[in-house]
Design a protein around this ligand. Structure first.
Ligand code: GLV
Length: 326
């Protein structure tokens, strides 16, 4: 009977798959609905064959070694896997899996929620209304910026970046993007978009939306120099990972009017929010909701559990990010 440790309860679509495949006794779930404390994680993984962590859990060599040499899979409940030390897992021949594809459209929708909310001052306006401070309609009141017809710059043209680009068509926007891959004219044609370099993206976009993974080379890809290079009327949107943006520099740029606003779903030190960002009325701040719909979280749970089941049954886990470990 294999032992599986789930670091925080996930939707039934995943739990039931594990229960049906191996029986309830095989599965231990950290019982509290909170980020598992490090000591409980180190204790909970002891002797397990499979670990299903959440993106908030740091899964490093210490955790892998605490589990022991029988650990056969780390099935991360997220598409991003910067919380897992993949090199350490590969060195121990432990496959790491993620949940790609199913959250693409959901995250693209939330990106658009942020684009519209920051441009039309939705958060700020609602705060005024709820505080009983709305004096009634005014011709110069709470004027924002149009979205339709503007230029959208997508930093990182992977699955989510492309899904954001498709939605931009309905807003008659010009779409620019940067990509790690070679510019492909067919891609440009398909998405009505133009591959450009970062300098052009920053200089020309009215909305810059970040969709790259968090890698050593993308840490602080947006800092003081980038904000200076953006239009003063431009907005920055981030639904990828917090450390891609230097928050101290962003708060300064928002206060000084170097850029017009920011819509953020992710932060450098979640769940801590930079105190200066909290003071910025021109920032829309969401609590890492990108994939948070019941449909999508159910599918993510199903994928994470499918990877566990496949691996423990001796098959290839379908979403392995380090195939060298297999
Ligand atoms: C969410 O942030 C994810 O990576 O799935």
């Amino acid at each position: 009977m294999p032992k599986i440790f789930v670091a925080r309860r996930i939707p039934d679509q995943g739990m039931n798959l594990l229960y049906d495949a191996f029986g309830r006794e095989s599965v231990t779930v950290y019982p509290k609905d909170e980020v598992i404390p490090r000591a409980k994680l180190l204790e909970g993984v002891k002797g397990v064959d499979a670990l299903l962590p959440i993106l908030t859990d740091r899964i490093d060599a210490e955790v892998m070694d605490a589990a022991g040499p029988q650990l056969k899979i780390i099935a991360n409940f997220a598409v991003g896997y910067n919380n897992v030390d993949v090199a350490a897992a590969t060195a121990r021949r432990i496959p790491v899996t993620n949940t790609p594809g199913v959250l693409t459209e959901t995250t693209a929708d939330l990106t658009w929620a942020l684009i519209l909310a920051v441009a039309r001052r939705v958060g700020e306006s609602e705060r005024i209304l709820r505080a009983g401070q709305w004096p009634g309609w005014g011709p110069m009141q709470l004027m924002g910026s149009d979205v339709f017809g503007k230029t959208l710059g997508i930093f990182g043209f992977g699955r989510i970046g492309k899904a954001v680009a498709r939605r931009a068509k309905a807003f008659d926007m010009r779409v620019l993007y940067t990509s790690r891959d070679e510019v492909d004219p067919e891609l440009d044609h398909e998405y009505h978009a133009h591959g450009v370099d970062k300098a052009a993206l920053l200089a020309e976009s009215d909305f810059v939306s970040v969709h790259c993974p968090l890698l050593p080379e993308t840490i602080h890809a947006f800092g003081a120099a980038e904000f200076k290079a953006m239009k003063k009327t431009a907005y920055l949107i981030n639904t990828s990972r917090g450390p891609v943006i230097d928050e101290t520099a962003l708060a300064k740029a928002l206060k000084s009017g170097e850029i017009a606003g920011a819509g953020l779903d992710v932060y450098e030190e979640e769940p801590k929010i930079h105190p200066e960002l909290l003071k910025c009325e021109n920032a829309v701040l969401l609590p890492h909701l990108g994939s948070a719909t019941s449909e999508t979280r159910g599918k993510m749970a199903h994928i994470a559990a499918t990877n566990v089941v496949a691996r423990l049954k001796g098959e290839r886990p379908p979403n392995c990010v380090n195939p060298d470990a297999l």
